[in-house]
Design a protein around this ligand. Structure first.
Ligand code: ADP
Length: 467
């Protein structure tokens, strides 16, 4: 009985530490707005980098022709071809080829890395043209490069730092598009890099192509990030910035957002201390797929040590990242009366056999707390963006609209965590309603798929001369 009491205490403590009552969520919303302002005021003004993308127009559905894209940002890279039929006809056809990047290239030289990519692209384009029995004169390429980049135009930019296991030293201070363009020329491939974007911008572009009320995009996968359309006059750090549309997409790099209003527990502190990027990506460490399972594991491990409700635990539960987020989600969503999925996963993955039903319920509760906090913080972040651009119902009404009636607003959302985890999605929706009340009926989160690559091809179409 005593050991149950301790376990219950630990869960209750954790739940309290993760608390996100609506009052606190609103504080997070306001902090997000403040940090967005600060990041737009000066470089280094906030933990939010608020990077300029130079994307000033988004695809709207009337683009026509054949466009290509390259998507580089993880262990795989993808080559795509998108065929657009013009107004009212949507994406006619699409081809995608996924290629793993040889490990040794990730730490080689620009020439080797981009040479490899260019040769694969050439092969893809040749095969594609053969199958279509036709070539195009100017081939426009969209390049999704999901690393932090300081851009100087829509088709140029310098890498700020490598992440995700990449480390190509001679890429420092070099224009990443120039590196790629050089490799394309060497391959004898007549192709122009029309746009350089990151994955969130691709997602926004795809969302906007299908629905022009789309104003922001959020990615919730292994990591998390967001971008949105900002008025150029609000981008204080770049005075005199002129675009045709009067606006520009800003890449927030919101994974690094931080405010003291975030509900942080001792488990979060320890996770951060044990991480490779201490004090970095604080928001991401509470939200994204890389971390949710790990937070739950840390809580379960402490319960195991202090209460013995798991019996004699072996070494598995003490091992960092032993519990992945998809498995955590599966346990959370186990609807069987005897929670047999929970039993199976705890047994197979954490090597703790035969836990009683009461303990299984406790495991589910821990998953629920972790996931609910993450989802509600995502909701607060999204509302923060909407508030910044006056789409939260507090801004002035626009002409032609009854006074006070909010505009229909769409946010494109993408990523394995959001797509694959329905309870997470439900918690996000629920929190948006709690924060915004009636205005929430004008806000739509729409899941996009493959926006990171497809969106780049669409942007190449929107930004190239033969549109
Ligand atoms: P990435 O972000 O790595 O480019 P994805 O957007 O596909 O790729 O996201 C993959 C991540 O999403 C995984 O690392 C995992 O943490 C999380 N994930 C994938 N499927 C699920 C699921 N069914 N439930 C919860 N999380 C999931």
């Amino acid at each position: 009985h005593r050991r149950w009491q301790r376990a219950a205490e630990l869960v209750a403590e954790f739940e309290e530490g993760c608390g996100t009552p609506v009052g606190r969520l609103k504080q997070v919303v306001d902090a997000m707005v403040v940090e967005m302002h600060a990041g737009l005021a000066s470089d280094g003004g906030s933990k939010l980098k608020m990077l300029l993308t130079y994307v000033d127009s988004l695809p709207h559905g009337s683009e026509k022709g054949i466009y290509y894209a390259l998507d580089l940002g993880g262990t795989n890279f993808r080559v795509l071809q998108v065929q657009l039929g013009g107004k009212g006809s949507n994406i006619l056809k699409q081809k995608v080829e996924k290629q793993p990047i040889p490990q040794e290239l990730m730490t080689s030289t620009c020439e080797k890395m981009f040479g490899f990519i260019a040769s694969k692209l050439k092969q893809f384009v040749e095969e594609d043209e053969e199958s279509r029995e036709g070539t195009i004169e100017t081939r426009a390429l969209g390049f999704t490069f999901s690393f932090p980049v300081k851009q100087s135009s829509v088709s140029s930019g310098v890498l700020m730092k490598w992440t995700k296991g990449f480390s190509i030293e001679d890429a420092a201070d070099r224009d990443i598009v120039a590196c790629l363009q050089e490799a394309l020329t060497k391959e004898g491939l007549n192709m122009q890099v029309a746009v350089l974007v990151n994955d969130t911008v691709g997602t926004l572009a795809l969302g906007h192509y299908h629905d022009q009320d789309t104003v922001a995009a959020v990615i919730i996968g292994t990591g998390t990030n967001a971008c949105y359309v900002e008025r150029t006059d609000a981008i204080i750090k770049y005075q005199g910035l002129l675009t045709n549309s009067g606006s520009m997409v800003i890449n927030m790099e919101w994974g690094n957002f931080w405010t003291s209003h975030l509900p942080r527990t001792s488990y979060d502190v320890e996770l951060d201390e044990d991480s490779l990027n201490r004090t970095d990506q604080g928001f991401e460490k509470m939200i994204s797929g890389m971390y949710l399972g790990e937070i739950a594991r840390r809580v379960l491990f402490r319960i195991a040590v202090e209460s013995e409700v798991f019996g004699d635990v072996g070494s598995k539960l003490s091992q960092p990242f032993a519990l992945s987020t998809p498995l955590m989600a599966t346990m959370h969503e186990d609807e069987s009366a005897d929670l047999r999925e929970v039993k199976r996963i705890v047994e197979q993955t954490l090597q703790i056999p035969d836990i009683p039903l009461k303990t299984r319920r406790l495991v589910v509760k821990v998953c629920d707390i972790v996931s609910r906090r993450a989802a509600r913080l995502v909701a607060a972040g999204i509302v923060g963006i909407l508030k910044k651009i006056g789409r939260d119902g507090s801004g002035p009404s626009t002409s032609g609209r009854p006074k006070g009636q909010p505009m229909r607003t769409v946010v494109a959302v993408e990523g394995g965590l959001y797509e694959g985890y329905s309870m997470f999605r439900d918690y996000v929706d629920e929190a948006i309603v709690e924060i915004l009340g009636d205005v929430a009926q004008y806000i739509f989160l729409k899941t996009t798929v493959d926006g990171s690559g497809t969106g780049a091809a669409l942007l190449a179409a929107a930004h190239s001369s033969n549109r």
